[in-house]
Design a protein around this ligand. Structure first.
Ligand code: SF4
Ligand code: SF4
Ligand code: SF4
Length: 310
């Protein structure tokens, strides 16, 4: 530590920048943090290209390029404690959905066939090439603490930083998004899965009871449930619960299918097939982690092939 302050580095890898914005979004609480923390490197606040020695290193984003890999290793070498911050760093994040396609398919689609960037020019060697795989950062460096969330809510950011600054054990919250959701689960006579783009859910009843897919019950609460409380079903951006991660044959589709079939009159198999058909959407945030990708029940390429064959 320099003086009495904790030295902090942050670095972003393959990500959207939202996790760094979330740190800045601590607003006036940032002043509280700055009483105890000296920020040495932070891409949105400092122009520090090097990696100074630091006590805490926050890494956001996943590893997809050689640049990401080198930056993660440099952070590990210079920071005593590394936090994998945000769903991208912890589980690979939504761009893990890219694993459902080859690198060549992605480059071809983005640079040759996208209506907004149509061109025949592929990126040259001056930028770090897209790697074959998206990986969470703990496949490249050792991680000391994990804080998923897309991005994590400021409540959890402040709590995590405070425990590190005060050298106390961080509290492990195991609640699902349902814990913060005001909607009521109840048995209904709904017989069909609803399309959220063409029908409305009421504001009081659990989405599952109304036939809409909601991932709140299989998602760790790192957000305080803003989506279901404001009319939008949870898409699982904070990543899966420990139960979903750790049970080899349990999965978000088995969990949701069981719960929803109990709450409605929609058969279990109908819901499970529906989730498999749209697996790239439902599994997007965590499919890059081996804990999901290596499950014997996770068959993304088979599900996509079946969907495309229809
Ligand atoms: S976890 Fe979400 S908010 Fe954070 S960098 Fe990834 S996509 Fe952006
Ligand atoms: S499944 Fe969704 S709508 Fe239902 S209680 Fe959980 S978060 Fe709320
Ligand atoms: S409610 Fe679900 S989709 Fe919304 S922020 Fe929380 S985890 Fe993400």
């Amino acid at each position: 530590m320099s003086g009495s302050k904790v030295r902090l580095n942050t670095e972003w890898l393959c990500d959207c920048g939202g996790c760094h914005v979330a740190i800045v979004d601590l607003h006036e609480k940032m002043l509280q943090v700055l009483q105890s923390v000296e920020i040495l490197k932070c891409p949105v606040l400092t122009d520090e290209k090097d990696y100074p020695e630091a006590d805490i290193g926050i890494v956001t984003g996943s590893v997809r390029t050689e640049h990401d890999r080198e930056a993660a290793i440099a952070m590990r070498q210079k920071c005593k404690t590394i936090i994998a911050f945000g769903t991208c760093a912890v589980y690979g994040g939504f761009h893990g959905a890219g694993l459902a396609h080859s690198r060549e398919e992605i480059m071809d689609h983005v640079y040759r066939h996208s209506p907004t960037t149509k061109t025949d020019t592929l990126p040259n060697n001056s930028i770090s090439a897209l790697g074959k795989m998206v990986t969470p950062i703990d496949e490249v460096i050792e991680v000391d603490l994990y804080l998923p969330g897309c991005p994590p809510h400021s409540h959890f950011i402040l709590e995590g930083l405070s425990s590190l600054i005060n050298r106390t054990a961080p509290r492990v919250h195991k609640e699902t998004v349902c814990a913060g959701c005001h909607r009521v689960m109840k048995k209904t006579a709904v017989t069909e899965i609803q399309d959220p783009t063409s029908s409305y859910a009421d504001g009081e009843t659990c989405f599952l009871s109304q036939g809409f897919i909601c991932q709140g019950s299989v998602t760790l609460d790192r957000c305080l449930a803003p989506c279901p409380n404001h009319g939008i079903a949870c898409s699982g951006c904070a990543g899966p619960t420990m139960q979903v991660l750790s049970e080899p044959t349990r999965d978000l589709r088995t969990e949701i299918s069981e719960r929803m079939s109990r709450l409605t009159k929609i058969p279990y198999e109908t819901i499970k097939t529906h989730l498999e058909k749209s697996a790239k959407t439902h599994y997007a945030y965590a499919m890059a982690t081996k804990m999901i990708g290596n499950k014997p029940t996770f068959l993304i390429r088979k599900w996509i092939a079946e969907r495309e064959a229809r």
